[in-house]
Write a protein that binds this ligand. Structure first.
Ligand SMILES: [Zn+2]
Length: 264
């Protein structure tokens, strides 16, 4: 009997959700400060409008936002619904990870990814960048955790296949069209994802992310909301494809192999 089994399963899910809400609150700090290259640990959270420090009681994830009616206690400036949405999303992703992997080391290694994935999504939508402060440690983490999960060979091949293919695509795009189609952040992201997921799953992420991005772009152009060649951030689609790969990747690969007749 492992130590994990001493605690009932539902309690693990609750603990993961609460941890996710708290880390989601920290994710909000990162989302607000990382694009400005500010410290995420100092100064303590304060209202963006009046700069009054936020009291601990007003800093409870989701709940404080609801109790305050979405307004700063000091100056009544509206607080974006983005804050509770980020916290809820992180909480739900953490819970889903425990539901998927059970109370295991594998679950913990995947849970570590969830706050950074949420941060990357929001920062890329708002600023069209994926910060090095997330992707560079992410590459080291991906190499270490990936080696533990599927051995160093799959990890190194995933890192090279992911980062290398995007680097090549970016170079080809730049030379043929004269504009930058893919940012350095996307390249570092897919290198980190490749290391963590291994080479089979990173292919799912590359195809899935490109497909989702292309569908969104086509939809956007058809409703004429997005002008052609306007830079649509690729990060959110890569993150979505990464999540699909984490939660359904193995099933998708075996289905593909079955359809292709490789495996009965
Ligand atoms: Zn205020």
């Amino acid at each position: 009997m492992s130590g994990f089994e001493l605690v009932p399963f539902w309690l693990w899910v609750v603990l993961a959700t609460v941890l996710g809400l708290i880390l989601g609150s920290f994710a909000n700090v990162c989302i607000a400060r990382m694009p400005q290259r500010e410290s995420v640990s100092f100064p303590p959270s304060n209202c963006p409008k009046c700069h009054t420090p936020i009291k601990a009681v007003d800093n409870i994830p989701v709940l404080s936002w609801v109790l305050l009616g979405g307004k700063c206690r000091a100056c009544s400036e509206p607080i974006s619904i983005k804050y509770p949405v980020v916290e809820t999303a992180t909480g739900l992703l953490m819970a889903a990870t425990v539901l998927k992997f059970g109370p295991t080391v594998e679950a913990v290694l995947h849970m570590v990814l969830m706050p950074p994935l949420v941060i990357i999504t929001v920062i890329d939508i708002e600023h069209q960048i994926i910060p090095d402060r997330i992707t560079l440690p992410g590459i080291l983490y991906g190499l270490a955790a990936g080696s533990y999960l599927h051995g160093w060979f799959d990890t190194v091949v995933g890192f090279v296949a992911g980062g290398g293919s995007f680097l090549l695509l970016a170079e080809v795009y730049l030379r043929t069209r004269g504009v930058q189609g893919m940012g350095g952040g996307d390249i570092k992201y897919i290198a980190a994802a490749g290391a963590f997921l291994g080479w089979q799953q990173v292919l799912v992420v590359i195809f899935g992310g490109s497909l989702l991005g292309a569908l969104f772009g086509a939809l956007g152009m058809s409703v004429k909301k997005i002008k052609f060649l306007t830079r649509i951030p690729f990060g959110p689609f890569l993150v979505l494809a990464t999540l699909i790969s984490i939660f359904y990747g193995k099933e998708m690969i075996s289905l593909y192999l079955e359809l292709a007749g490789v495996k009965q």
